[in-house]
Design a protein around this ligand. Structure first.
Ligand code: ARG
Ligand code: ZN
Length: 858
């Protein structure tokens, strides 16, 4: 992990491994500080490889012994692994190593969380468990024997099917043997051992096989599993119905772990989840938590085919499994809940996380061409833009051709470690379409800018479109991409005169004409956000107001409101003007329209984030002033509260949900709308309604929304204390308590509030959820993070320096808080640069963090 001169790995250097592993046999003798791992590999030379070098990865391993065909040998221990001279014929390789799970705070490899043994091997954690060719194109059949203490590890889990269990003679230990018949790369290996209880169920698959399902949790969490189990069953059914994909083992296990760097992991047959992404109950989880849990359970389950049965040749192909699997989980959410609401949520997330990445120093293609630390490339670009690229491909070829191509993909590549070339070839072969230009979506970084000009001559209406993508250091000359632009035309009364059509903008400039127009139509452009681009168009605010009132495309209708709000805010920030009255009256109309889904109306309440506004100002060559952006945002919220004053009590009252709690789409939508109304209503009634809601709530959605509203109007201190007393036993709820105080603090108080919370007895930097709850909230409070003087910059840097030696991955991820640093004025840039330079100069900084900061500094 520590590396004096970090190595850069290149896509172009790929070569296959020199050996094929026919079988892997692992034995684990678990011990908190001295676990023994015995590995027995059956190998033979790979006829397709030219390089016979026998190198096995290994990190932080104590080698006890190594044997070839039963004979002791002395391998050469080198940086990052070992080398040995091996026969040019089939042979059996055996090593025994010792590892220390208790000391593993990086949470990569085999580690302990709350007394439980667990693993995280993606991307390169398996090399911290044993010597192995730790690369995704080396696939093998694993048999795993686990031996552990009967009292502390009553449950012993691994991938595949459990084939044997028993007691070990002369000891208080037992063993279990697991066999996974499906060849897999080491990154999909998993082991869990601990005192766990199962929430069990079963499902009969499409071909009539019964699969045992279990969610394993710590005793006490059993009552938080039923939602996750339902989500799992729905996901399994959906993948059968929509993609024809059936589950392929006798059992499927999910484990909840408190200490986890990411959301969850799709290990074959044994998914391991951050407990925040699986445990759910009405009392402790918000509706947003329920939705996220459902999506992540689906995501990890869908990986069984897109990721596990077909995996990646090398880590450059990460988007092959992640982009596709995110796309599939988006489809699932759209099917289970409201499609327009799901689309808007996805676009909000894309703009909040991917656009800043693509427009700053961390910009990289969906398929990167080099990296130092692959963990730094589990990014919004690979995941979210990767999913958008698949959505565009589906839009371009059509639903039926997409389905046919996917069938061919599964047929042709089942069991393979595949590439983006393989993926595109499947589409080329099944549709006959040339995708060489489309491939630029995978190789060119940056967000394309699309500009549309209009022309009307009394009969023909023309859209003149152009595209451009800002140059980057690696790619000074961006070539035109294939951009599907979905367009509809409306008449003056808002009737749709041309239903949605997909126009293909595949050149720098291209015009599209519509003849026979007796009057000038109004175009609705980029419907359903048909491509991940930034759009500039004609018509200004009056066009936006018209589309907000009339667009028949729900996404663009919402988008029109968003763009009106954005224009209003930018005007207020730059000229001090009052909020745009057309936006406010348009909002009144939409919110009063009870034919519209409450969830959709709730989204209409939203306005661009302060960070988004900073990005827009920067794009237009204005250094953003965080306090001015904050003040304008607050002024707009106040104006909304005032304009909507008469409606708010009714909106609130009419959207109360009665009866037992349910996180279904309808109830969630009503609560979202009522709580959006509550936030503004509190500005009118000083928090009286919120205090009542807090008192009467029987679920976390209502309790937390009420607490946020109370804190927002400065009336929440007692509730905050009561909340802590009520929930101090629940880590996941306390994460919310930590975050909320920072999120709701005044900009000038953010750094102090954060510092105070780091002194709280329950602040535990080793727990990634808690660290992110506090430091993530600090970095996401735009005006607070960038408050004059830079106290927050220093505070975050102090904590990144403290965390890096313990947990490089989480430290490195948090560094992206600094990715927008060049947007700001010279004074702030100097303060930010000083902190970045202090961080990068820290002795023994991890490869993860050092790569991130070096890239950010540019
Ligand atoms: N494959 C996992 C998922 O997307 C993410 C695991 C990434 N973990 C990591 N340490 N890089 O579901
Ligand atoms: Zn994934």
């Amino acid at each position: 992990m520590r590396d004096a001169s970090p190595q850069t790995i290149y896509l172009k250097d790929y070569t296959p491994f020199g050996y094929i592993i026919d079988a892997v046999d692992l034995t684990f003798r678990l011990d908190p500080t001295a676990t023994r791992v015995i590995s027995r590999l059956s190998l033979r030379p790979n006829p397709e490889a030219s390089d016979p070098c026998f190198f096995l990865h290994g990190e932080d391993l104590k080698l006890i012994s190594a044997k070839i065909d039963g004979q002791d040998i002395a391998p050469r221990l080198i940086e990052g692994g070992l080398e040995a001279d091996v026969p040019n014929a089939p042979f059996v390789w055996e090593t025994e190593v010792e590892i220390n799970p208790q000391a593993n705070t990086a949470l990569e490899g085999l580690y302990m969380s709350n007394g439980m043994y667990c693993t995280q091997c993606e991307a390169q954690g398996f090399r911290k468990i044993t010597y192995y060719p730790d690369r995704p194109d080396v696939m093998s059949v694993f048999t795993v024997r686990i031996e552990g203490n009967t009292d502390t590890t009553p449950q012993l889990l691994s991938n595949g099917n459990k084939v044997e269990t028993g007691a070990l003679s002369n000891s208080d230990a037992q063993f279990a043997v697991w066999h996974d018949p499906w060849p897999k790369p080491a990154y999909l290996f998993a082991l869990v051992a601990g005192d766990l209880v199962a929430h069990q169920d079963s499902i009969v698959t499409m071909s009539g096989k019964t699969v045992q399902l279990a969610i394993w949790v710590r005793p006490g969490d059993e009552n938080k599993c039923s939602f996750g189990m339902d989500a799992l069953k729905k996901s399994m059914r959906w993948d059968e119905d929509v993609y024809g994909r059936e589950y392929d083992l006798d059992e499927f296990n999910i484990v909840a772990v408190d200490d986890f760097n990411m959301g969850a992991m799709e290990n074959k047959g044994l998914n391991i989840f951050n407990s925040s992404c699986v445990l759910a109950s009405a009392e402790t989880s918000t509706d947003a938590n329920f939705e996220r849990i459902e999506a992540i359970i689906a995501h990890e389950y869908f990986h069984n085919w897109t990721g596990n049965r077909i995996t990646c040749r090398d880590w450059f192909q990460l988007c092959l499994k992640e982009g596709l699997t995110v796309f599939r989980d988006h489809q699932f959410t759209a099917d289970e809940r409201s499609a327009p609401v799901a689309r808007i949520d996805n676009v909000l997330a894309l703009r909040a996380r991917q656009f800043p990445e693509d427009q700053g120093p961390l910009s990289h293609p969906v398929r990167p061409e080099s990296f130092q630390e692959i963990n730094n490339f589990y990014t919004a670009t690979v995941y979210e833009k990767g999913a958008e690229v698949i959505g565009m491909l589906k839009t371009l070829v059509g639903d039926a051709a997409y389905a046919k191509a996917l069938d061919l993909y599964f047929d042709r590549h089942d069991g393979d470690a595949a590439t983006i070339e393989d993926w595109l070839k499947v589409f080329q072969d099944s549709t006959g379409r040339d995708l060489s230009q489309f491939k630029r979506w995978y190789s060119q970084s940056g967000t394309p800018q699309v500009t549309v000009r209009e022309d009307y001559d009394g009969d023909t209406f023309t859209l003149h479109m152009s595209q451009s993508t800002a140059p980057s250091t690696e790619q000074p000359n961006k070539l035109p991409q294939v951009i599907p632009v979905a367009v509809g035309l409306l008449d003056d009364a808002g009737n749709e005169i041309l239903p949605t059509q997909v126009l293909e903008l595949d050149q720098d400039e291209k015009s599209f004409s519509f003849s026979g127009m007796s009057a000038r139509p109004t175009p609705s452009i980029l419907r359903n956000f048909s491509a991940p681009v930034m759009l500039t168009q004609e018509g200004g605010n009056s066009r936006r107001a018209f589309l907000l009132a009339h667009d028949t495309d729900p996404f663009n209708r919402w988008e029109a409101g968003r763009m009106l709000a954005r224009a209003s805010l930018v005007d207020s920030i730059t000229t001090g003007s009052a909020p745009n009255p057309d936006y406010l009256s348009g909002l009144v109309a939409v919110l009063s329209d009870t034919t519209l889904d409450p969830a959709y109306r709730a989204l209409m309440f939203g306005q661009p984030t302060q960070s988004e506004l900073a990005g827009i100002l920067h794009e237009s060559s204005t250094a953003p002033d965080p306090q001015a952006i904050h003040d304008a945002s607050e002024t707009l919220r106040a104006a909304k509260a005032e304009t909507l004053a008469d409606m708010l009590p009714d909106l609130y009252a009419q959207n109360q949900v009665t009866g037992p709690f349910s996180p279904d789409a309808e109830a969630v939508g009503k609560r979202a709308l009522a709580n959006a109304a509550l936030a503004l209503l509190s500005r009118q009634d000083g928090g009286a309604t919120a205090a009542l809601q807090y008192q009467n709530s029987d679920n976390m959605t209502q309790q937390l929304a009420a607490l946020a509203a109370l804190l927002d109007v400065g009336a929440g201190d007692d509730h905050l204390a009561a909340f802590e007393a009520q929930w101090s036993h629940d880590r996941l709820v306390m994460d919310k308590w930590f975050s909320l105080q920072i999120m709701q603090a005044k900009p000038e108080d953010v750094a102090d509030t954060t510092r105070r919370l780091t002194l709280h007895a329950d602040f535990d930097m080793k727990n990634p959820n808690r660290f992110r709850a506090v430091m993530g909230a600090l970095s996401m409070h735009h005006a607070g993070f960038h408050h004059d003087g830079g106290a927050a910059y220093t505070l975050l840097t102090d904590w990144l320096i403290k965390l890096d030696p313990l947990n490089p991955q989480t430290t490195a991820r948090m560094c992206s808080a600094f990715q927008t640093w060049t947007r700001y004025d010279a004074g702030r840039q100097a303060l930010l640069r000083a902190q970045l330079e202090r961080l990068v100069a820290t002795p023994n900084l991890s490869r993860d963090t050092s790569e991130m900061i070096t890239r950010i500094l540019g």
